[in-house]
Write a protein that binds this ligand. Structure first.
Ligand code: ATP
Ligand code: MG
Length: 751
């Protein structure tokens, strides 16, 4: 073996070497958590380039998140040159499709400047559709309509196909809304996330030449986390691989946790029948976790009936017992976790950056966050989309989107009079009506304001002024011609700044009385920074492709920037090695690993989620989710539950998760800190009594009293009982019926 090769494969186990070096044909790497699947893909990329002489641009690796893609590129660049690793395509399905569509947009009747709609744009579009169809949002809530449309798209059913199979009244209505929603998106030159996949499949079907081109480009395809691909992704992968058949899928059916979003576990189970010549490699050694953690995870997942058994063992130490912590309430739980982490940090020198807290739902993060803030421990929350969801940022981005794609109605209407510039609601409504009637876009109608009935000279002037500004911006960034940076066009960060000023947004937020700290203004300047950051990354990529970044069209940067923003996901914002504890949902945690992990809210109704209680398939997915959480931990694992939890302002007794019972007793250390009561509720903000003794509380409330609850309003006490050191009451509320309440927590006011 030549020395380079030996280095590349050094430290890999025999089956891992086999997975890395089996480069031709179809290969399935079927293996449990922490067994090196992701590492195998990374090594394969380097191996293909260095040992097989495959040019980087012939290599395509697909990861589940942008963050995972970034890390993979980073690792590859440590072995090959930066230049080579940048030239390989390492991306998510969605980013890959967004780029393919941008390149071949004309083939599916879109401009390259098409918009990508995020969920809030989708909400607006579906509301527009409901309005135009005069359908009541009560009977057809936008969220459920969107989820029906999304399911259809994941199954590659377009609006007409959906309509054709719609039988009952409800489905027929959905079909109608789907059609209208599609026409709004078409009119706006916009695609939603699911469209990125569906349109790519359509492009492949209708344009075999395009597909052939891409098949030639991507001769070696690797897909990580294959167990969570949906039907559309399956079709895309197979289409791309159809010619060279060099496709390597890695995954673990026990970690399939996105069924609710259309992922189909069957894709990985059927891989071998789909590629009859496929080789299968099983990795059975886990490098991540202690024996204890691995055994607990294994015992848990055995309770799933719909699965094939996999062997998994580790050479790692036995390790500590799993801490099963029972606390009084969520605040107590949060304080306890913080204390545990402080201990791990000081006694065992586990760095903050290698600790994480997982929860089933985002709503559980707030109390945890408060506790970390109070303790002064650095922490970060995986909520990458939050920044881009802020109003001022959405406004700024809506400007950029409208500049790039003036047909984008949802974004145009968002900013046309924000900040106010004398274009009234009435003007907009009239223009909209005209647009619908004449089957034109709103911007087309607006570009001839004299022909809009009922507009006075002032209104016409305001519209013209706005349109002139839009044109000027388009000129500045070179959108109307193939302008290059070399020709003196504005850089992206300068342009973003120019738009913030020219639009009046900057001035508006400078003078915003409701924001004395100028936080919104600071966010806007952060957007300029992120444009700067993007430009640096972008130039690197471009130099690779073209040798001369200056020849790149100036507008390309803006398109790329908007694309990156549109596809950002929650985990993407997490910075590795930042020396802070990570807080994230279980779903976001997949693929990651931490020295110490705490899973909070391990209670029936949360994990497993309430929704899954009556459905065996969903219950098994919840168990897989718990399995994913447990197997992120390398050394230390804490599972916690609280005896009482406040949900929607109501404090209720909870039940320990059934999953606890499925863990072998000898692997767990049970620590019950709840004393069956409430030793210390004084710092609990939801308690209105502080230190008052329980006997005093008892005497305060009597059957028949009229009380007021902050959420349920007026009610009358029907029953008061005392047990386990606390007092419960049944209260009959005027509007919400009878509710059982724990008086220590319910902020009841005697009327
Ligand atoms: P998951 O299913 O959770 O995504 P995975 O199978 O992708 O896990 P990796 O993340 O690739 O597993 O690897 C888990 C850990 O084990 C990583 O820290 C990796 O560096 C390490 N590892 C993998 N293979 C080896 C090896 N042969 N020798 C030493 N460490 C290894
Ligand atoms: Mg992995």
């Amino acid at each position: 073996i030549p020395s380079g090769k030996r280095n590349l494969l050094e430290g890999l186990t025999e089956p891992q070497v086999q997975a890395v070096t089996t480069t031709e044909g179809a290969l399935l790497v079927l293996a449990g958590p922490g067994s090196g699947k992701t590492r195998v893909i990374t090594s394969r990329i380097a191996y293909l380039m260095l040992e097989c002489g495959i040019p980087p641009w012939n290599i395509l690796a697909i990861t589940f998140t942008n963050k995972a893609a970034g890390e993979m590129r980073e690792r590859v660049s440590q072995v090959v040159s930066q230049r080579q690793s940048d030239a390989a395509t390492i991306s998510t399905f969605h980013s890959l499709c967004a780029r393919i569509i941008r390149i071949y947009s004309d083939k599916i009747g879109l401009p390259a400047s098409y918009s990508i709609y995020d969920s809030s744009d989708q909400q607006r579009a579906v509301k527009r559709a409901l309005e135009e169809l005069e359908i009541n949002t009560k009977n057809f809530p936008p969220a459920s309509v969107l989820s029906a449309i999304s399911n259809a798209k994941n199954e590659l059913q377009n609006a007409s196909a959906f309509e054709a199979m719609a039988g009952d009244f409800y489905t027929k209505k959905i079909a109608q809304i789907y059609k209208k929603y599609e026409s709004i998106l078409n009119q706006s030159h916009a695609l939603d996330f699911d469209d990125l996949l569906m349109k790519t499949v359509q492009l492949f079907r209708e344009h075999p030449i395009v597909l052939a081109e891409l098949q030639e480009r991507y001769q070696y395809i690797m897909i990580d986390e294959y167990q969570d691909t949906n039907h559309a992704q399956f079709m895309i992968a197979n289409a791309l691989a159809a010619r060279h058949k060099n496709i390597c899928a890695t995954g673990d059916p026990d970690q399939s946790i996105y069924g609710w979003r259309g992922a189909n576990i069957q894709n990985i189970l059927d891989f071998e029948s789909h590629y009859p010549d496929a080789q299968t490699v099983r990795l059975e050694q886990n490098y991540r976790s202690t024996k204890t953690i691995l055994a607990a995870a294994d015992a848990l997942i055995q309770s799933n009936t719909a699965r094939k058994h996999k062997e998994l063992w580790t050479d790692n130490e036995q390790g500590h017992l799993i801490e099963c912590l029972t606390c009084r309430d969520s605040r107590h739980e949060a304080r306890q976790i913080v204390q545990e982490f402080e201990k791990l940090n000081s006694d065992e020198r586990i760095p903050w950056g290698s600790m994480a807290v997982f929860y089933r739902m985002n709503s559980l993060s707030r109390v945890m966050e408060d506790a970390f803030r109070d303790s002064g421990i650095p922490y970060q929350i995986a909520r990458g989309t939050a920044f881009y969801d802020r109003k001022e940022i959405k406004d700024a981005i809506a400007y950029l989107r409208t500049i790039v794609n003036p047909a984008d109605e949802i974004n145009l209407l968002r900013i046309i009079n924000t900040p106010a510039r004398g274009i009234s609601d009435k003007t907009v409504k009239t223009a909209q009506a005209q647009a619908v009637a004449s089957n034109r876009s709103v911007i087309e109608v607006l570009s001839q304001p004299e022909q809009i009935p009922g507009l006075n000279t002032r209104a016409i002037n305001s519209v013209n002024k706005f349109l002139d500004q839009l044109r000027e911006w388009r000129r500045l960034i070179g959108l109307n011609e193939t302008a290059t940076l070399a020709a003196g066009y504005m850089s992206l960060p300068d342009f973003v700044e120019q738009v913030l000023e020219g639009s009046g947004l900057a001035t508006f937020y400078k003078n915003d009385k409701s924001d004395p700290d100028r936080e919104r203004l600071a966010n806007l300047s952060e957007l300029v920074n992120s444009a700067q950051q993007f430009t640096e990354d972008f130039l690197e990529e471009f130099i690779i492709d073209d040798e001369a970044a200056d020849d790149a069209p100036a507008s390309q940067q803006l398109l790329g920037f908007l694309e990156r923003i549109a596809l950002v996901s929650d985990v993407d914002a997490i910075e590795s090695d930042q020396g802070s504890v990570t807080l994230m949902t279980l779903h976001a945690a997949k693929g990651l690993e931490f020295n110490a992990v705490a899973m909070i809210g391990v209670e029936d109704g949360l994990l497993p989620h309430e929704r899954s209680q009556n459905d065996d398939n969903e219950l098994e997915e919840e168990r897989r989710l718990c399995f994913v959480g447990i197997t992120r931990a390398m050394k230390r694992l804490i599972l916690s539950n609280a005896r009482y939890r406040t949900v929607f302002g109501q404090t209720m007794p909870t039940m320990k998760s059934r999953f606890f019972k499925e863990l072998p007793e000898e692997l767990c250390e049970q620590i019950d800190l709840s004393d069956g009561g409430f030793g210390d509720t004084s710092s609990d903000s939801s308690s209105s009594w502080g230190q008052t003794s329980s006997s005093a509380r008892d005497s305060k409330y009597q059957v028949g009293m009229l009380v007021r609850h902050p959420k349920f309003g007026l009610g009358r006490i029907q029953q008061v009982s005392s047990s386990g050191g606390h007092t419960k009451a049944s209260v009959a509320f005027n509007q919400y019926g009878v509710k059982p309440l724990i008086l220590e927590y319910a902020k009841l006011e005697i009327v």
